[in-house]
Design a protein around this ligand. Structure first.
Ligand SMILES: Cc1cc2nc3c(=O)[nH]c(=O)nc-3n(C[C@H](O)[C@H](O)[C@H](O)COP(=O)(O)OP(=O)(O)OC[C@H]3O[C@@H](n4cnc5c(N)ncnc54)[C@H](O)[C@@H]3O)c2cc1C
Length: 476
């Protein structure tokens, strides 16, 4: 970064991973410019502050951020307690963002619209690596400004870009026309949004942590409001994966959530419709009729879209990216997290080398780095930004030595004795990382995986051949 060394590094997003990136940059003597679209740090989590996380505090806070906080007298929450989204904001993100070191470098109400290289469009190569980036920002009130920066860390998450309800990745036929009957992905059904759900027919669509949370909260609401009817539509043939690890889950909060959901379905409180890929939605006399691709229909007053998220790549249009064609994660990372082949929360720790793009000194980190895969964990993101800050500072050795302790998350199929939800070819390779005994695993190895093979092959090869696979290292 020689010709740009007096410029800051742009950090897009003041979520947990963006703020951690800023803390690591500061430790490296680099200057962060933190650009946050929302009114405050943690603006995306603010939308789900009523939801409890599934991982305890010890996995949710970043080491460099803690060092900054503790220097100002902050006391860490109990490491084993599992916080709500609101507690993560109030007890960690807000105090962190208020520290003078961070606050003086954080602009809120600052939405990044686009990133490019100064004076160069995407097609120009000569000198590209040594020319500053330009980050175009729209500030609240409409003022648009360009900021030259030495590097860019995109930690803007995926929250504002939910997947459509349609089963083939497009909005279902009629979906935009019934938008007023579709809620946010994680409504507060027993709190501020209660009025829209009490004594209504509510259809929850999706098979992840968000769906599980919303369904359980709706069941609580139905105790007070017995006319509330809870419908649950999933595309798959079984909800086993959502039920998760139960007692075997290394994240007990997550295990308990799944077990409770299973009981509610078995008791008939929640009406589960499997194999229900959505083809169309239509407004019918104040309600919405949701039709599946095989011709079944469900009537609901409100639809909750827990269909996951996808990265907004529009702001990156002028940059040279190398993304996995399926998952839209950095190309080396995609095969390790592709939900079709790898349903586990655990992934080998990785850093700058794996996250690099042809665009030098540009990195996507945090939730957005997982593209469309839903299994991102904060602990993974914190190791990503430690490594990226080291790489931007020119400390290649620190950047390439990645080390991380991760919990088993029970995202795998967990019926005792069954294997991971992966094809047979990779099941053996995956066993140690996702279905084995629920011990936290300490993994550390230099980054860099094989090229030029299919996602499945790469996944199997990387897990089988790594001399320091998680199974071996867990004994360390
Ligand atoms: C309900 C729920 C529960 C979860 N529970 C856990 C858990 O228990 N453990 C765990 O490890 N992970 C959990 N996750 C996953 C993940 O850790 C969180 O989504 C986390 O918030 C990701 O952090 P992030 O910083 O990458 O992104 P975000 O928290 O989404 O932050 C991104 C920030 O970027 C801002 N932004 C977006 N676009 C722009 C732009 N163009 N310009 C400027 N700013 C922008 C947003 O306003 C936001 O503040 C959970 C996720 C959800 C949704």
């Amino acid at each position: 970064m020689d010709s740009t060394k007096n410029l800051p590094v742009a950090v897009i997003g003041a979520g947990p991973v963006g703020l951690a990136a800023a803390a690591h940059l500061l430790e490296r003597g680099l200057e962060p410019l933190i650009l946050e679209a929302g009114p405050s740090a943690g603006a995306a989590i603010e939308q789900w502050r009523h939801i409890r996380l599934f991982s305890p505090w010890r996995f949710n806070i970043d080491d460099a951020a803690v060092r900054l906080l503790e220097a100002s007298g902050w006391e860490a929450p109990r490491p084993t307690a599992v916080p709500y989204g609101g507690e993560l904001i109030d007890q960690y993100l807000t105090p962190l963002a208020a520290l003078p070191e961070i606050a003086s470098r954080l602009q809120t109400g600052a939405r990044v619209l686009a990133i490019t290289r100064q004076g160069l469009d995407k097609t120009h190569t000569r000198g590209r690596d040594t020319i500053p980036f330009v980050v175009r920002v729209e500030h609240d009130g409409g003022d648009i400004r360009d900021y030259p920066t030495a590097g860019v860390i995109d930690a803007s998450g995926t929250w504002s870009n939910r997947n459509p309800l349609g089963t083939s990745g497009l909005a279902a036929v009629g979906e935009p026309a019934v938008a007023s009957r579709i809620s946010s992905p994680l409504p507060d059904v027993t709190g501020s949004d209660r009025g829209a759900f009490a004594a209504r027919r509510v259809l929850v669509v999706g098979a992840g942590h968000s769906a599980a949370n919303t369904l359980i909260n709706l069941a609580d609401l139905a105790k007070d409001e017995p006319d509330t009817r809870i419908l649950w539509a999933i595309r798959g043939a079984s909800a086993a994966k959502v039920y998760g690890g139960g007692d075997l889950d290394d994240l007990p909060a997550r295990g308990q959530l799944g077990a409770r959901l299973r009981r509610l379905v078995e008791a008939g409180t929640i009406e589960l419709h499997t194999g229900f890929g959505i083809a169309s939605l239509a407004s019918t006399g104040g309600a919405v009729t949701v039709a599946s691709v095989d011709g079944r229909t469900l009537e609901a007053d409100v639809v909750v879209p827990c269909t996951g998220f996808r990265p907004d790549l529009n702001i990156l249009r002028e940059l040279r990216l190398n993304l996995d064609p399926a998952v839209e994660a950095p190309v080396e990372l995609g095969p390790l997290i592709d939900p079709e082949f790898h349903s586990c929360g655990t992934v080998p720790p990785h850093g700058a080398a794996l996250l690099a793009h042809p665009e030098k000194d540009f990195y996507i980190v945090g939730m957005k780095s997982y593209g469309r895969a839903p299994t991102f964990l904060l602990a993974t993101g914190y190791e990503q930004v430690r490594s990226v800050a080291a790489a931007l500072a020119g400390d290649r050795e620190a950047a390439d030595t990645v080390q991380l302790e991760l919990p088993e998350t029970g995202v795998c199929s967990t019926d005792a004795g069954t294997s991971c939800d992966v094809p047979a070819a990779v099941a053996v390779a995956s066993e140690s990382s996702c279905c084995a005994a629920a011990e936290p695993v300490l993994i550390g190895f230099p980054t860099g995986l094989s090229h030029g093979r299919s996602s499945q092959e790469k996944l199997a090869a990387s897990l089988l051949s790594s001399p320091s696979s998680d199974k071996e290292e867990s004994n360390a």
